[in-house]
Design a protein around this ligand. Structure first.
Ligand SMILES: Cc1ncc(C[n+]2csc(CCOP(=O)(O)OP(=O)(O)O)c2C)c(N)n1
Ligand SMILES: [Mg+2]
Length: 320
């Protein structure tokens, strides 16, 4: 279905919000104001944005260690996210979980995940529950290229396929698992080829083109919702920053990084909006300004929020 102007501008706003959030986190992390590890989504914004624009309230998504973009695209509060990342009491986990534990069950956001490939069975389980309870929903699983080497990937695709579950497997192929290039960790070019081993369709899309992602996800989500079963969408993309903030990135060349930055999903979509006469440069700048304010407010919210008190030390902690 062709998107109208408002929907197109929403895609841009969503990508800009993720970019501004991530650049802000990078900035505060470099100043030593953020504890723990952060893995940023800069460069990959079109994937989460294009996919999540197709979702409805009853749908679920399972995320990864690089999960801020997925959470924002699903509508999670940037205030609560920022507070969590700053380690503050008003965060999603009262500041005790950090970047890789952000979850919002109300939004069907099953959580970021520090365990590579662990979102795959979670999404498959959510797909099973949706089908069993006849909820007409879909479950989305975002996962990386390296995650596609895990057993959980193969088991989940097999299970989802044989049970005809409403699951859309969204592979974010950014070409690396930490410092190891895809060419060094698997003997195939297209991860989408693996779908055929499980009897489901596999498609490759330009993951830096938000419209291409949107359209592929639209078809996949419709098909899954109508009982057509799972599908694997491979989105070719790239992370501009290192694996984590502080990564010296000695394993890749400046030429490679610059070639991908030339395909940056944000300026690319901004130009396309102008070519299509969907937006003027002034309208785009206005969105950028509005987003800057939203993220600046999120930082203020996070900075004002207290750190958890000592009484919180043993609450929400589970062991047996
Ligand atoms: C089960 C497991 N093995 C190893 C790790 C360490 N680890 C963290 S991120 C990562 C690479 C993930 O690469 P990919 O799936 O391509 O996602 P990307 O970081 O590129 O988004 C690894 C191996 C882990 N967290 N969990
Ligand atoms: Mg990767």
């Amino acid at each position: 279905m062709a998107l109208n102007k408002e929907q197109m501008l929403d895609l841009y706003r969503q990508m800009r919000t993720i970019r501004e959030f991530e650049e802000t986190v990078a900035n505060f992390f470099s100043q030593g104001q953020i504890p723990g590890f952060v893995h940023l989504y800069i460069g990959e914004e079109a994937v989460a944005t294009g996919v999540c624009a197709n979702l409805e309230k009853q749908d679920y998504i399972a995320s990864t260690h690089r999960g801020h973009g997925h959470a924002i695209a699903r509508g999670a509060s940037v205030n609560k996210m920022m507070a969590e990342i700053f380690g503050k009491i008003d965060g999603f986990c009262k500041g005790k979980g950090g970047s890789m534990h952000i979850a919002d069950i109300e939004l069907g956001f099953l959580g970021a995940n520090g365990i590579v490939g662990a979102g795959l069975p979670l999404a498959t389980g959510a797909g099973f529950a949706l089908k069993y309870m006849k909820k007409n929903g879909v479950a989305i699983c975002f996962f990386g290229d390296a995650a596609s080497n895990r057993g959980t990937f193969h088991e989940s695709l097999n299970m989802a396929s044989i049970q005809k579950l409403p699951v859309v497997f969204v592979n974010e192929n950014n070409g690396y698992g930490i410092s190891m290039s895809q060419a060094r960790h698997q003997n195939i070019k297209d991860i989408a080829d693996r779908a055929s081993a499980y009897g489901m369709p596999g498609v490759v899309v330009d993951g830096n083109d938000v419209m291409a992602v949107y359209e592929a996800a639209e078809e996949a989500v419709k098909r899954a919702r109508a009982g057509g079963g799972p599908i694997l969408i491979e989105c070719k993309t790239y992370r501009h920053h290192g694996h984590f903030e502080g990564d010296p990135t000695v394993y890749r060349t400046d030429e490679e990084v610059n070639a991908w930055k030339a395909k940056d999903p944000l300026p690319r979509f901004a130009s396309r909006l102008q070519e299509m006469k969907m937006a003027t440069e002034a309208e785009i700048k206005q969105i950028d300004l509005e987003v800057k304010k939203i993220i600046a407010d999120a930082v203020e919210y996070a900075q004002k929020s207290p750190v958890p008190s000592q009484d919180e030390l043993l609450t929400d902690v589970y062991c047996n």
